[in-house]
Design a protein around this ligand. Structure first.
Ligand code: GRF
Length: 208
């Protein structure tokens, strides 16, 4: 059984896609053992509670320093004893000590085709605003392992999504979530749960 902790900051639609995938068995052999949010108001916490999953909030606002928050955050993760950490719309910088301890065991969903429109400052609607401003015809989403950089780890899966005439950042975000994020994050988890994903020399290999 793949034990996963899911870290969230907002609406939790990617978390919901994982919950539904486990219930529908399109994600095999996986259990969400804890949901952690930095945002007390995150609807994702409600989704977790409705699904009977332990949901905790660890907010930087409750700690005097970032270091103290990092320690508390890492402790919440460790206490859940996860095999894999999933960042699903999580907007907090991951503490370096966590990345070292869980090397190639943290994955993230980013709403663009990395290496486009990613890195510091590219999150949520800002990603889609940049894609529209650049005039790309194709965008999409990426699931990747998390390393010390921002959106720079080995890529597991990507899904392209067409940009349509008249798209706004909101309509584009919705299409990318529906057609890409909510598809490739569960698929990537299922591959990992079935032991088909390895990383060598910074490249992901998916066994047949
Ligand atoms: C979405 O823009 C998603 O692309 C990004 O975080 C935002 C919120 O996702 N990863 P969610 O609904 O909280 O999963």
């Amino acid at each position: 059984m793949l034990r996963i902790v899911v870290c969230v900051s907002g609406g939790g639609t990617n978390l919901q896609a994982i919950i539904d995938g486990i219930a529908q068995r399109t994600i095999a052999n996986t259990q969400i053992v804890r949901v952690i949010s930095n945002n007390k108001k995150a609807y994702a916490l409600e989704r977790a509670k409705k699904a009977g999953i332990e949901a905790v909030c660890v907010s930087p606002r409750d700690y005097e320093t970032r270091e103290r928050f990092n320690e508390a955050f890492v402790q919440e993760i460790d206490q859940a004893v996860p095999d894999l950490i999933v960042l699903a719309g999580f907007l907090v910088v991951i503490p370096p000590q966590l990345i070292r301890r869980y090397e190639n065991r943290i994955i993230n969903i980013h709403p663009s085709l990395i290496p486009s429109f990613c890195g510091t400052g590219y999150y949520g609607l800002k990603v889609h605003e940049a894609a529209l401003a650049r005039g790309v015809r194709i965008t999409g989403a990426t699931v990747h392992f998390v390393d010390e950089g921002t959106d720079t780890g080995p890529i597991i899966m990507q899904q392209a999504v067409a940009v349509l005439e008249g798209d706004t950042p909101e309509t584009l975000q919705k299409r990318v979530m529906e057609e890409a994020e909510w598809v490739i994050l569960p698929k990537s988890l299922n591959l990992i749960a079935n032991g088909r994903v390895t990383v060598a020399d910074g490249q992901v290999r998916i066994a047949e």
